[in-house]
Design a protein around this ligand. Structure first.
Ligand code: BTN
Length: 256
């Protein structure tokens, strides 16, 4: 009997497993630049990713064999550059839904696409788009998820993992298969034009939504309340000085 845990139609059906690589995103990007034919939904997964890249030019560290580090190839030619944040939303919701049965309501999406449990980060995404004119020809969706790692570098003060939260080991491929399945579901919804539903659901999953908190921007600390995210992906924060919009590099969440 065939026992394929990858039940999605195309995401994860072509799974490339690497022992060691610098970055699964870079690896996938290089394959595309050499015009290697790859089916949509191809997943490149690494046991040991030794030079993982993160957002804001950060690095992404993951102990070999204990975590998920992988990249998904999508070809969302139906999306314009202006709609790229909708893909971020769809993928974040897919990861959220895959993990929800394990982690329940303490699971949140920290804008734009970090995966949080309470105040701790255990997952992140680096989505790199290759454009053709005003359309997204390819999207390389890199996802890092701390699964069975227990020790983190002292500088990563708010890092956690599923094992640290739930006190047991999890099978990496089972979680990967769930993520592929759920990401595909939201991706197909996007393809059907269900932007409004996806935007609304993404907003409802946001970390610190409608809570008065401290933020930092341009060296200034201020109180604010996250109200929403614009269609294009800017964070909408209500402050004493009125409504403010921020992009990724412009605002920092403070911990209190
Ligand atoms: C972040 O939170 O800063 C994003 C981290 C993204 C890490 C993943 S791991 C797989 C893929 N390959 C990379 O080099 N980065 C992404």
């Amino acid at each position: 009997m065939q026992n394929n845990i990858f039940s999605a139609l195309f995401v994860g059906q072509n799974l490339v497993e690497l022992k060691q690589v610098d970055s699964t995103n870079t690896f996938l990007k290089n394959l595309l630049s050499k015009s290697t034919p790859l089916p949509e939904g191809t997943v490149i997964m690494a046991e040991d990713q030794f030079a993982g890249r993160g957002q804001r030019d950060n690095t992404w560290h993951a102990q070999p064999g204990k975590n998920l580090t992988f990249s998904i190839l999508l070809n969302p030619g139906f999306l314009s550059v202006q709609q790229q944040f909708d893909l971020t939303r769809a993928v974040s919701l897919g990861v959220y839904d895959a993990l929800y049965p394990l982690l329940r309501d303490s699971l949140k999406i920290k804008w734009p696409n970090d995966i949080y449990y309470q105040n701790n980060k255990f997952g992140g995404m680096l989505i790199e788009n290759i454009l053709q004119g005003s359309r997204i020809k390819h999207s390389i969706i890199g996802i890092g998820l701390n699964v069975n790692q227990e020790d983190f570098h002292p500088s990563a003060t708010n890092a956690t993992s599923i094992k640290k939260i739930l006190q047991r080991d999890y099978d990496l491929k089972t979680i990967l298969a769930q993520i592929c399945n759920k990401v595909e579901g939201y991706y197909l919804q996007l393809r059907m034009g269900k932007f409004a539903q996806i935007r609304e659901l993404y907003q409802s999953r946001l970390y610190r939504l409608n809570e008065e908190r401290l933020f930092k921007s341009n060296g200034e600390t201020f109180k604010g309340v996250i109200k929403n995210v614009t269609d294009e992906g800017l964070l909408v924060v209500h402050t004493d000085a009125g409504e403010r919009l921020y992009n990724l590099k412009e605002i920092e969440f403070l911990n209190n």
